[in-house]
Design a binder for this molecule. Structure first.
Ligand code: C2E
Ligand code: MG
Ligand code: MG
Ligand code: MG
Length: 276
């Protein structure tokens, strides 16, 4: 009986594995063609100014893949795959920057973009292109938008190549692009990164916002806000889902917030309703 059970477990396991592997293969082959087939879409999530409760901070562009068979896919399911397969991430990354700039150009004609910025997530892999800054400049010139309407979000993984990162970030800032440190607190070198990297904003990771009722997390969040503001960074809290979290953050003078409590990432037509 034990033997039979074992075999069943094995069969279950192996069919589960092959399904996973099949799915991955399906993703991988299609990912190569997704750009040409125009299957990527950008959603935007408002970043709320916690003083005015308005979308003054701007929005964050978040990529989605409209897979021909699997439907709308979130980046968790394909970004790391794209990074691993190497060749794919640069074109996707440039497509995101180009698309956001074109979108900003359209918004500039219709809305008051004073104090408004669009944030783009930049994978550390993109910094490996020696011509990254040059290509970004070309996109800016081609679309003719004000560079200060753009913000690039990087993560602590840029520490892997500190010298290059410092140089690249400095050049981007010279162009007028603001730099945010995303997912702050989840990396291995949070404090030393603040000392070395040229950045403008800190985004406190959702994991610290999730448990704001826990005493330690309150202390951590309070101190990240204080320390960041003393260093002249603006602070964004990610993943606000409840009013209690918002109250705490406002009470502690956090500058900006983002989360399902305000809005989920939205398609352009819905996002535009937040301008006002
Ligand atoms: P991120 O940059 O930290 O983006 C925040 C993620 O948290 C988004 O997930 C957003 O939808 C989600 N989120 C926002 N508020 C809440 C909330 O209140 N509750 C919960 N549970 N989640 C919330 P998304 O869109 O699935 O993106 C996941 C990650 O994929 C992003 O994390 C970013 O690292 C990466 N990503 C997204 N778009 C791009 C892109 O264009 N290029 C690159 N390289 N990475 C991207
Ligand atoms: Mg981000
Ligand atoms: Mg984040
Ligand atoms: Mg992230």
């Amino acid at each position: 009986e034990a033997k039979g059970k074992g075999r069943n477990a094995y069969e279950f396991y192996s069919s589960f594995m092959s399904e996973q592997a099949e799915q991955r293969l399906l993703m991988e082959t299609n990912l190569n063609k997704a750009l040409d087939r125009k299957e990527f879409i950008l959603f935007y999530q408002p970043i709320i100014d916690l003083n005015s409760n308005k979308m003054r901070g701007g929005g964050e562009a978040l990529i989605r893949w409209n897979h021909p068979e699997l439907g709308l896919q979130s980046p968790a399911s394909f970004i790391s795959l794209a990074e691993e397969t190497g060749l794919i991430i640069p074109p996707i990354g440039y497509w995101v920057i180009q698309s956001v700039c074109e979108q900003i150009k359209l918004w500039e004609k219709q809305y008051d973009m004073h104090d408004f910025r669009v944030a783009i997530n930049i994978s550390v892999v993109q910094f490996e292109d020696e011509r990254f800054v040059e290509k970004v400049k070309t996109i800016l010139e081609g679309t003719n938008i004000q560079p200060n309407l753009l913000e690039f979000e990087i993560t602590e993984s840029v520490m892997q190549n500190m010298e290059t990162s410092i140089a690249v970030l400095g050049e981007l800032q010279k162009v007028g692009i603001k730099i945010s440190l995303d997912d702050f607190g989840t990396g291995y070198s949070s404090l030393s990164i603040l000392k070395h990297l040229p950045i403008n904003n800190i985004k406190i990771d959702k994991i610290f916002i999730d448990d704001l009722r826990a005493e330690n997390d309150e202390t951590i969040v309070q101190n990240i806000i204080d320390m960041s503001q003393n260093m002249n960074f603006k602070v964004v809290a990610e993943g606000i889902e409840h009013e209690g979290q918002l109250d705490f953050l406002k009470h502690n003078h956090c500058d900006y917030g983002q989360g399902y409590f305000f809005n989920r990432p939205q398609a352009v037509s819905d996002f535009e309703k937040n301008f006002g």
